[in-house]
Design a protein around this ligand. Structure first.
Ligand SMILES: CC(C)(COP(=O)(O)OP(=O)(O)OC[C@H]1O[C@@H](n2cnc3c(N)ncnc32)[C@H](O)[C@@H]1OP(=O)(O)O)[C@@H](O)C(=O)NCCC(=O)NCCS
Length: 421
């Protein structure tokens, strides 16, 4: 059903009305004034969209302007979609679809070649051309399960084990930024973080702690500077029988070398009084899985992380690098952004080739047919196309073409988008 609810951006003065829709839709427990305080750190009012029923806001979405690391290290412009909500009284009338169509058209009229989002539910966004592109892992470690193997001496990491220093997060932003910026170009999926995002990532009001300790930071460093950090909080619990039973939540953990990763994990997984360590939004290739002496004891849950929507297909495909050389024709279906539809010849060298990949229209026969959502899923190098073919979403017309494209798009390290927005 198409809807006749007018849609327009709102200014700062109308952000409380935007917030009310989200509060109802997400069943938020955060006080609206506190939420607005956080929102104002990062929201770009001109990139909001609100659907109105009369003068009442009933549907919302917004976009953040990010740089998204793609395979090869380039940071491409990415619209980070968030704040998607429709009032419970107005659901299933097509308001989300109307907002998505308008938002995609707005982004396509600008210069960002991709859009990205985290989905509250994984059934929602495929229909708008988004594909799940960066799986993430949640780990739970019981006490005693976090014993690490010794690092081999020859693994190309600085021999020196870093020193660990506890710091108050708000006063350690410079060190955290240095680590984050060292990691960002190396990991597809990571996003630029401006000062507002840093402020919001270390914001720690007591009203939102839910009984946890204040947010704390441990920095791994040596005389050359910071080599890693973790942000964490713990829930103090002395147990009913006098046995301490604290849970430690690791909110962020970044490392620049294996010794720093090992030192941070070893510290957090062996803290006194803690019986359980939990962390989520970890990369699919998190080194902790190889550092542990007995990795099977970890409880792991895999879920979809960042979703990617290709907005400008030739630009997006030419801005990333490919793991091996490839020359084939893909036929793409995209009913919402028809400029992406049709046949494209992708020509790219492998890792040793410095020339820019090319993706140009062609009338040649297609080697592979796929929907734009499948291309989005594979874009950051973490989704094998064979699985999508087995599920009937991708079709191969020349034997071997699918394996060629899949191998070329696959990337090491795995995509990881650790910043929720
Ligand atoms: C998700 C939400 C925005 C959908 O809004 P809506 O206006 O009801 O969606 P629409 O009526 O435009 O539905 C469009 C399509 O999506 C489907 N859909 C909508 N929400 C869905 C959900 N949560 N799960 C699965 N399918 C969903 C509809 O069935 C419809 O399918 P169709 O195209 O086959 O007819 C709304 O239900 C909501 O605010 N949910 C709570 C907050 C939330 O989860 N937001 C998303 C944050 S990432």
């Amino acid at each position: 059903m198409d809807v006749s609810y007018p849609i327009r951006p709102v200014g700062n003065a109308e952000l409380p009305a935007f917030g009310q829709v989200s509060d109802h839709a997400f069943n938020s427990s955060i006080a609206p004034a506190k939420m607005l305080e956080f929102d104002l750190l990062v929201i770009e009012p001109e990139r909001t969209l609100v659907a109105f029923d009369g003068d009442r806001a009933v549907g919302t979405t917004l976009a953040f302007s990010f740089g998204l690391t793609v395979p090869g290290g380039d940071a491409v412009g990415a619209a980070g979609i968030s704040g998607v909500s429709v009032l419970p009284t107005h659901r299933r009338r097509g308001i989300l679809s109307a907002l998505m169509r308008r938002q995609l058209a707005d982004i396509a009229a600008g210069s960002e070649p991709v859009a990205a989002l985290f989905a509250s539910e994984s059934a929602i966004y495929g229909r708008y051309g988004y594909g799940a592109a960066a799986d993430q892992h949640a780990f739970t470690f019981n006490r005693g399960d976090g014993r690490l193997r010794p690092l081999p001496a020859r693994a190309g990491h600085p021999a020196e084990t870093p020193t660990l220093r506890l710091a108050e997060p708000k006063s350690a932003v410079a060190e955290m930024k240095a680590v984050y910026e060292a990691v960002r170009p190396t990991r597809p999926g990571m996003l630029t973080r401006h000062d507002g995002w840093w402020e919001s990532s270390v914001a720690d009001p007591e009203s939102l702690r839910q009984g946890n300790s204040p947010l704390r930071c441990v920095i791994a460093e040596d005389q050359s500077g910071p080599r890693g950090y973790a942000l964490y909080a713990a829930k103090p619990d002395w147990g009913r029988d006098g046995m301490p039973a604290q849970v430690l939540f690791v909110r962020e953990l970044f490392w620049t070398d294996p010794s720093a990763a090992a030192a941070l994990w070893a510290d957090l997984l062996s803290r006194d009084l803690v019986t359980e360590v939990r962390t989520r939004m970890r990369p699919a290739d998190d080194p902790i899985q190889h550092l542990l002496a007995d990795p099977r004891r970890t409880r792991t849950r895999v879920s979809d992380g960042l979703w990617i929507r290709i907005i400008d297909l030739p630009e997006a495909m030419a801005r990333r690098r490919y793991s091996c050389s490839v020359d084939l024709v893909i036929e793409v279906a995209d009913s919402l952004l028809p400029a992406n539809e049709g046949r494209w010849r992708l020509v790219a060298g492998g890792l040793a080739d410095d020339s820019k990949p090319a993706c140009e229209r062609t009338s040649a026969d297609a080697d592979i047919t796929l929907p734009v959502a499948a291309l989005g899923a594979a874009y950051l190098g973490g989704t094998r196309l064979g699985g999508l073919q087995a599920a009937g979403q991708v079709a191969e017309h020349r034997p071997g073409a699918l394996a060629e494209l899949s191998a070329a798009m696959w990337w090491d390290p795995a995509p990881w988008s650790p910043m929720m927005f």
